[in-house]
Design a binder for this molecule. Structure first.
Ligand SMILES: Nc1ncnc2c1ncn2[C@@H]1O[C@H](COP(=O)(O)OP(=O)(O)OP(=O)(O)O)[C@@H](O)[C@H]1O
Ligand SMILES: [Mg+2]
Length: 603
């Protein structure tokens, strides 16, 4: 309840304005809801007015005969009118609630789709900075709060304020003195409302934080349940979970306390207001002649209804302001995501055509975080059809190289050329569709094996999927599954072995028949049979196309046309296996350390 317009409030107004721009496609609903709000406000005082008329006119001597004369009499007419007004009001209220809420849902749908679309366009570096839970909260919970702006927030507040103004106008017009008497206890209500609003607001912010923590905790721990169970960490984790839940409960209890105090106070003030009204009115009536006294009776009865009409919205208006405030905070957060400029520039003109697969790095340097270079001045060329193997210790920058080829991150200096042209000259969509990637950690989506191979691409036929699976040697395994290609792999492919998951990702890459194939070999060792399958699959994958393989298998490395040896982001050596062995440098040492044991075991 601050007076004057501060910068913050201006900002809030602009956020709110922006939320309302999303109603543009639902203009009709928006105007209808405003129209209904005005209409409801307009008819709010009609029922008290009719009651007033019933008593005042009905009790007057000249109409008394009509009053008693049964059907068609004044009282019947006015009662029918009352019922009619009530029906119209109910109907209007129904349309109002329905329209605002359904408009909110439509806006929510659009906002969610827009936010998700934006998230899919974000530069990967954004995901390094933002926890997954946060982005989930933006797209799910925060947008839900924006819905509340429509169903419980601004429009209902406008409607309530209008009807308060309307009822008050009627009251002042009828009897301003009596109205002032009724309003005497209102300052108490204002003070109570202020404290209630502040208290509830504070606890709601706490509740929301606790809910976000709960979400993050449950999500992370269910994902890592194998670690929790293997390391017998259940008790410790339960303790942490209990603490977060305690926070959640305490914050909620504070809110409940505020509600439990506030509502009786409102009732009390309302009762006080009515008592004042009756007391003052009765006192007046006693001093007046008979005919004027009946006049007062009508006004008092009408005013009692008016007081309930005033208190009903006032009771919830503080709540609605909180909802509005929450909605605005949520909108700000969602708009921050929508406004993020951390998007990979996509101005390339080349949209189609054939890539021969020549790839060139020219003095490329790169850092994920400024001042922390991960690749330093790297230059190499892979000719069409050649296989390049990258070797190096863990953390030496191998995966980073392929992140750059795919333009998942932007380089800091130097140039990467595909077929002699800078990567930026290609439309992102085209470039990425010509590069097939098999990542170090295979990610599978919940769904069928078939969908995980085709990634829901309708242009890929069942025959093509099966051909790819046969090519990588996965077909016999899939055939043995109860549901074959339609077998559900469950979340993240948990029912498949690591080797099988890799083969699925091979099939996935193969189906797109890429000009350049990138393979980040997983370090995890698989059993000999799978190993052979994978070996064969890799050979199938690389044959006849430019391939870059981050290799851990000696056999793959030996067959490569060129080997890059990376160390802490620097290119130490380059050449084929024999050349590098002859040099007796870093590769030679690496080979001695890492591969001799493997070679002896025949891997
Ligand atoms: N998203 C990221 N944000 C910041 N730093 C990163 C990120 N990814 C990797 N790094 C850092 O960059 C360096 C190179 O990582 P990279 O993943 O390229 O190594 P790698 O050679 O593939 O290792 P491995 O053999 O273990 O897969 C590491 O020091 C790592 O800490
Ligand atoms: Mg890696």
């Amino acid at each position: 309840m601050t007076v004057g317009i501060s910068e913050k409030q201006k900002l809030k107004a602009s956020v709110l304005k922006r939320v309302f721009t999303f109603t543009a496609p639902y203009k009709n609903k928006f105007y209808l809801s405003l129209l209904l709000a005005v209409f409801l406000a307009f008819i709010a005082p009609i029922r008290p007015l009719l009651i007033q008329l019933t008593i005042n006119e009905g009790l007057k001597n000249e109409t008394a005969s009509r009053f008693i004369n049964g059907p068609g009499g004044f009282i019947i007419e006015i009662t029918i009118l009352q019922v009619l007004i009530l029906l119209i009001e109910t109907l209007a209220r129904f349309y109002f609630t329905f329209t605002t809420a359904s408009m909110g849902q439509s806006v929510v749908k659009d906002l969610r789709v827009a936010t998700y679309k934006k998230i899919t366009q974000l530069n990967l570096s954004e995901f390094d900075k933002t926890p997954i839970g946060t982005l989930t909260t933006r797209t799910i919970n925060d947008i839900e709060s924006i819905n509340d702006i429509f169903s419980d927030g601004l429009i209902p507040i406008i409607a309530d304020l209008l009807s308060i103004v309307s009822v008050l106008t009627y009251m002042f017009w009828t009897d301003w003195k009596l109205t002032l008497i009724c309003l005497a206890p209102f300052p108490i209500l204002m003070v109570a409302t202020y404290f209630f609003k502040e208290a509830v607001n504070k606890s709601f912010i706490k509740v929301r934080n606790a809910v976000a923590n709960l979400n993050a905790f449950v999500q992370e721990h269910i994902t890592g349940m194998n670690i929790v169970q293997t390391f017998v960490a259940e008790k410790r984790e339960q303790g942490k979970f209990r603490a977060i839940n305690k926070e959640h409960r305490n914050a909620n209890i504070k809110a409940i306390f505020a509600y439990s105090v506030f509502f009786p106070v409102v009732e009390l003030v309302s009762a006080f207001s009515i008592s004042l009204l009756v007391w003052w009115g009765a006192k007046d009536a006693l001093q007046l002649p008979q005919e004027n006294a009946s006049h007062i009776a009508g006004t008092i009865t009408a005013f009692i209804l008016c007081i309930s009409l005033l208190f009903r919205p006032l009771r919830v208006i503080a709540d609605k302001f909180n909802v509005l405030q929450m909605g605005i905070i949520a909108s700000e957060r969602v708009f921050k995501v929508l406004d993020s400029e951390n998007v990979m520039p996509d101005n390339g003109k080349i949209q189609s055509g054939h890539l021969t697969g020549k790839l060139e790095f020219k003095n490329v340097s790169f850092a994920y975080t400024p001042g922390n270079p991960v690749l330093k001045n790297i230059s190499f060329t892979v000719n069409p059809g050649q296989t390049l193997a990258i070797v190096g210790h863990t953390g030496s920058g191998k995966t980073s190289i392929i992140n750059l080829i795919n333009r998942l991150y932007s380089i800091n200096s130097g140039q990467i050329l595909a077929d002699g042209k800078p990567l930026e000259d290609y439309a992102l969509h085209f470039l990425r569709s010509r590069i097939g990637v098999v990542l170090q950690d295979v990610f599978l989506f919940s769904g069928s094996i078939k969908d995980n191979i085709s990634l829901h691409n309708d242009q890929i036929t069942q025959e093509q999927i099966e051909a790819a699976a046969k090519w990588v040697g996965l077909h016999p395994f899939i055939e043995r599954l109860p549901n074959g290609y339609n077998q559900n792999v469950m979340e993240r492919g948990s029912m498949l072995s690591i080797g099988q998951r890799q083969l699925i990702s091979f099939a996935r890459a193969l189906l797109y028949n890429p000009s350049i194939l990138i393979l980040d070999e997983a370090t995890s060792s698989v059993d000999t049979e799978s190993e052979m399958l994978i070996q064969k699959a890799i050979e199938a994958l690389v044959s006849g196309r430019t391939s870059i393989i981050i290799a851990h298998r000696l056999s793959t490395i030996r067959k490569a046309d060129k080997i890059l040896v990376l160390d802490k982001g620097e290119l130490l050596e380059m050449g084929n296996h024999e050349e590098l062995m002859r040099q007796k440098g870093a590769y030679f040492n690496l080979y001695k350390m890492q591969f001799e044991k493997g070679a002896a075991a025949g891997v």
